[in-house]
Write a protein that binds this ligand. Structure first.
Ligand SMILES: Cc1cc2nc3c(=O)[nH]c(=O)nc-3n(C[C@H](O)[C@H](O)[C@H](O)COP(=O)(O)OP(=O)(O)OC[C@H]3O[C@@H](n4cnc5c(N)ncnc54)[C@H](O)[C@@H]3O)c2cc1C
Length: 293
């Protein structure tokens, strides 16, 4: 099938992109096109006007004031490989490497993934785990929206139709920081059935003093697991023994209640990601930990 007819504008200035978006109720941004083009080809999306943002200067990676600020046009492949992202936001690098396959990662963008809000997508879950901020630009100016409030439902966000995601912001990884993204997909390159992101920070004594976690593929939005893992005793823990891993897995599994296979999967992935995160925060290699998934 071919897309329905549409008009096309390639914006070179942010103001032009915003004006074009506001000019037509059926206008849509196109970034990497990896989600929108297939939907248009199937006629599940029929935008009257495509506003191409690829020429805007939003392919940026900056670190300032203890924050990593990433422009919305940063492609998945850059997130995966950029030395600054790998060092300062390793969870985003790990999440990006799990997206689809290389051809998808070469074109797909951070802003596109965030705005598209697929509940199975890795980057939205990683942003929720990191307590990140989405930067949305509209005619009224810039809105800073917590990732925890940004995702509303299946493919739905709080973004207004004439707003553009211009970037995201996450805290720079602390010195004793450990992060892990574990997921399971039936075949390499497929969307994951479920995935879990965990990020922790240890103090000098090895005690967990900060924690974030979220799951993808479980609900209609990324599921914030921060409270679940806190209640299971992760915050304040200095060791991830069997008992903590078991209680954490059981608590996380309950977020996927009603789907037995997914429940078990989410529990297992959470335990594995938590185990990795502690090993990495201690400066160890999390590979070969003996935790499945
Ligand atoms: C075969 C295949 C496998 C895939 N596997 C995965 C996977 O495993 N995990 C995963 O997360 N994704 C996967 N994807 C999707 C891929 O990651 C997309 O790149 C991503 O979801 C959307 O990014 P994009 O830049 O391509 O956005 P586009 O397709 O250009 O746009 C997607 C939507 O977001 C809107 N949009 C884009 N940019 C902005 C912006 N800056 N501001 C406001 N709105 C915007 C568009 O209007 C559109 O509605 C897969 C895609 C394919 C085709």
């Amino acid at each position: 099938m071919k897309p329905a007819p549409f008009e096309y504008v390639r914006a070179t200035q942010l103001g032009d992109a915003l004006a074009a978006l506001a000019s037509d109720d059926d206008a849509k941004v196109i970034a990497g096109g990896q989600s929108l083009v297939p939907l248009m080809a199937l006629r599940l999306a029929r935008p009257a006007l495509l506003v191409d943002v690829n020429d805007l200067p939003l392919d940026t990676v900056e670190v300032a004031n203890n924050e990593v600020r990433l422009g919305s046009l940063v492609r998945h492949v850059r997130l995966e490989r950029d030395a600054v992202v790998v060092r300062a936001a390793p969870l985003l690098a790990e999440a990006a490497a799990l997206i689809g396959y290389p051809a998808i990662r070469n074109r797909g963008t951070l802003g596109g993934s965030v705005a598209h809000a697929d509940p199975a997508a890795e980057l939205p879950a990683a942003l929720v785990a990191l307590d990140g901020v989405v930067l949305a630009e509209g005619r009224e100016g810039t809105r800073r929206i917590s990732a925890r409030d940004f995702f509303e439902g299946f493919l739905t966000t709080v973004l207004a139709p004439d707003e553009l995601v211009v970037g995201v912001q996450v805290p720079v990884a602390a010195e004793r920081h450990g992060a892990s993204f574990r997921e399971w997909a039936p075949r390499a390159g497929d969307f994951a059935v479920a995935g879990v992101a965990v990020v922790i920070e240890l103090d000098a004594g090895g005690v967990c003093v900060s924690l974030g976690a979220a799951a993808c593929g479980v609900g209609s939005t990324p599921v914030d697991l921060h409270e679940v893992l806190t209640d299971a005793g992760v915050l304040g823990a200095s060791d991830v023994g069997d008992s903590l891993l078991r209680s954490t897995a059981q608590a996380a599994a309950r977020t996927a209640r009603g789907d037995d296979d997914r429940e078990q999967l989410v529990g297992l992935l959470t335990a594995a990601a938590l185990h990795d995160a502690f090993a990495r925060a201690r400066g160890g290699d999390a590979s070969g930990t003996g935790v499945a998934a």
